[in-house]
Each structure stands twice: as C-alpha cells, then as structure tokens.
Design a protein around this ligand. Structure first.
Ligand SMILES: *Cc1c(COP(=O)(O)O)cnc(C)c1O
Ligand SMILES: [Zn+2]
Length: 398
C-alpha cells in the first residue's frame, strides 16, 4: 500500500500519486515482509540483498548493482574526535552518490507502471543518477537544474548519459515546483524524493549499517540533510528491521544542514512539527542548498522519535571537515557529504554527542562530483623541468 503519513489515507501500489488526495501531505510505501534474516545469507552484497523489503517485482529490476558500499572503521579520525567512528561511503555507488539506491527502485517502478518519460529537478546528483538508470531502462529522461549552481561532475554525468538537460533560471525549490506541475499533468513520471518509491531504495543504507555491525544498531547515525528524504528513508529502514526482530536498539538520527539552508534545524530548535522555508538558501555544499525540504515532516519525526538532534555547520566548517576526512582517512567526498563529519565534530565539542559513542557518519557523494571546489581548496602544483637534480632539490626542502 501507499499511505499518507498525516491522515492515513491508503492508495493502491499501482497508482501514480505523489501527495495525498485527501489532505495534500506526503506519502510512504508500507512494507512488512514476514522473513527471517537468514534469507540474506550468501547473497551478493548489493542493496537487492534485502529484496524482500523492496516493493517491486525482484525478477524485473533495473539495477547497476548499487549499494553494498564500504563501511570504513575510522580509528584515526575517531580518536581525534573522541568517538568510535564508522563512515558509510556512498560515493562508491555506480554514479557516485546514494541516489542510485532510490533510482534503482524508482526506475524499476517506472517500468512496472509502463511510463515512457521520467524527470526530476536536481541539485545535481539526482539528475546524474536518473540519467544513468533511465538510459539502462531505455526511458526518455528530462532533468531541470538550477542554472550555474550544479557541480561540474554531476552536470557531465547527466549530459553524457543522454538526459535532456534544462537549466532553470532559479533555485532548486523553483525547479522542483515546475517539474512537479508537469508531472501532475501526466507529462512525465516524477523521480524526486517526493516519490515514495525512491525512499524505499534509500532505506537500504539503514539495512546495511545494521547488517555490517552484526545485527546491531549504532548509538547514532549522522548525515547531511537537504530535501530530507534520506534521513527519513534510513529511519524507515531501521524501523522495518527492528519490527522484523533483527535487532534490539535504535540509533539517534542526527541531521546536519548548512547554516544558509537550515529550515529543519530551525524547526527542531523551535519544537515545530513542520518547517518555514528558507527563501534564498545559500551554501557551497550545493547538494544541500535547499530551502523547502519536501520530506521535512518525515525527517522531523525521525529526529524526534529517535531522540536525535539537528545542527548547522558553516561552509568553512564543511570545507575543513572535507579536507580532514580526505587527509586523515583517505576518503574523498563532496562538500555536502562532509557536513556529517563537520556536524559530528561540532556536536562532540558542544557536548551533545558523548565521548565513546558509536557513531556512523554517512558520506553521501564522491569527491570527484565537485572537482572545482576541491582544486580551489588546494595549493597549485609546482611546475618543474623533468630533471632529477631539480626534483631532488625540491624534495629535500619538504
Ligand atoms: C541528495 C544529497 C544530499 C541530501 O539528501 P536529502 O535526501 O535531499 O536530504 C546530501 N548529499 C549528497 C551528496 C546528495 O546528493
Ligand atoms: Zn492525507
């Protein structure tokens, strides 16, 4: 079933619907399979390892073998920050971000529905992922991007996989409003995270964390929050495993936003159930440069129900955490992803996170997504002749 999270109205899984017809609120797919966790044994390590929890026909999935991403124990950085730290590296997905998990389910659903055109608005990664999965499925793909605000690698991917790329004079929120109106006219199947099937794929991040820890919950999961779909999806997945009896405890869901785009943090601080949008969201972390998060209601519930927290970080803190993670642990992530590390650092410093907590930081996208920001953060290479004496002179200075 597809169910409204506010009034509980129910809709058939075969209906194309993005918001509740009764009350206008957002929807979720209900999923309560009756399986033992032993069924997962000996399966390939992709998100389809947990196919019983996916609301599509497993015999006809569109997949690039997404999921099964590295779960790196980070002893050096953990010691520096004072916690037991694991980093879930979502940049290792096929197109370099966690969006692939959602797109695999979303495009599979699109094929089941028999649509011919799919579309999205995107800060970059959603379009990169949609373009690739639409190509694999043979569907027409239209993506709307905020002009001048999309990182280079993401733009290259969307264009190269053959999407029809439209550059919108406006920000992400305006692009989403436009493409949603088109979807409601039936002109395309919308694959933004308001589509509840996207979140069904992304909940597998939660499954994998629990599986990787030996069927246990960490104390806390920290991740960057933009449109707020991912934090909602992970909490949903964790709860499904919990209700299935696969684990006992639950993690504190902790969302980090950029200071210039922080409507969820503001709502949590003011103890509100919904957000007031940021009109002109601004941050160097373009993947979370979002003023009116679609899944805000779900995210605020996830944070409150789990006893979690929400915090902001500045662009400067993001860039310094991005470099810290790259140089301490060898994990290269795009700026938005580093918000989770920057947030952890801040929350340990202000005492919100206890020393020795077991923390999982989710890093959402690959360093190469945004090469310009990476290069700008470094000193230029020294240019020399191909001469051993000059080389040796320079190395002896280091
Ligand atoms: C999409 C994205 C986010 C934000 O996720 P939401 O589900 O919109 O909160 C964060 N980081 C990266 C790299 C992303 O692509
Ligand atoms: Zn409703």
């Amino acid at each position: 079933m597809i169910k409204c999270i506010t009034c509980g109205a129910e809709y058939d899984l075969g209906e194309i619907i993005y918001t509740c017809k009764e009350c206008g609120s957002i929807l979720e797919v209900t999923c309560e399979p009756d399986v033992s966790k032993d069924v997962f044994n000996c399966r390939k390590s992709t998100m389809w390892k947990y196919k019983e929890f996916m609301p599509v026909d497993p015999a006809r999935i569109v997949t690039l073998e997404e999921g099964g991403t590295p779960f790196c124990k980070c002893d050096k950085l953990g010691e520096e920050l004072g916690v037991e730290l694991y980093v879930k590296v979502e940049g290792s997905n096929p197109t370099g971000s966690f969006k692939d998990r959602g797109m695999s389910v979303g495009i599979t659903k699109a094929m089941e529905l028999g649509v011919s055109t799919v579309g999205c608005a995107s800060t970059g990664n959603t379009s990169a992922s949609l373009a690739a999965y639409a190509a694999r499925a043979g569907l027409r793909c239209v993506v709307l991007l905020p002009s001048g605000k999309v990182a280079l690698g993401k733009l290259a991917q969307a264009m190269f996989h053959g999407a029809e790329v439209l550059s919108i004079r406006g920000n992400f929120d305006e692009a989403l409003e436009t493409v949603t109106a088109l979807a409601l006219e039936g002109k395309l199947y919308l694959l933004n995270s308001v589509n509840p099937f996207r979140l069904e794929g992304q909940k597998s991040i939660g499954f994998e964390i629990v599986d990787d820890l030996g069927w246990k919950s960490p104390d806390r999961i920290i991740l960057p929050v933009g449109n707020a779909g991912n934090i909602s999806a992970i909490w949903k997945g964790i709860n499904e495993f919990h209700r299935a009896g696969f684990m006992e405890d639950l993690p504190m869901m902790t969302g980090i936003q950029a200071e210039g785009a922080a409507p969820i943090v503001r709502a949590i601080r003011e103890n509100k159930k919904d957000i007031v949008p940021f009109e002109n969201p601004e941050t160097i972390a373009t993947a979370i440069r979002i003023g009116a998060p679609v899944s805000a209601l779900k995210a605020i519930r996830a944070i409150n129900e789990s006893g979690g927290f929400a915090e902001t970080v500045t662009d400067e803190e993001i860039l310094s955490a991005q470099k810290l993670l790259a140089r301490t642990e060898g994990i290269g992530v795009e700026p938005a992803s580093a918000a989770s590390i920057a947030g952890l650092k801040k929350l340990v410093e202000n005492g919100e996170v206890d020393k020795n907590e077991q923390v999982v930081c989710i890093v959402t996208g690959h360093l190469l997504k945004d090469p310009n920001t990476a290069i700008d953060a470094c000193v230029k290479p020294v240019e020399i002749d191909a001469d051993i004496n000059e080389l040796s002179r320079i190395l002896s200075q280091g």
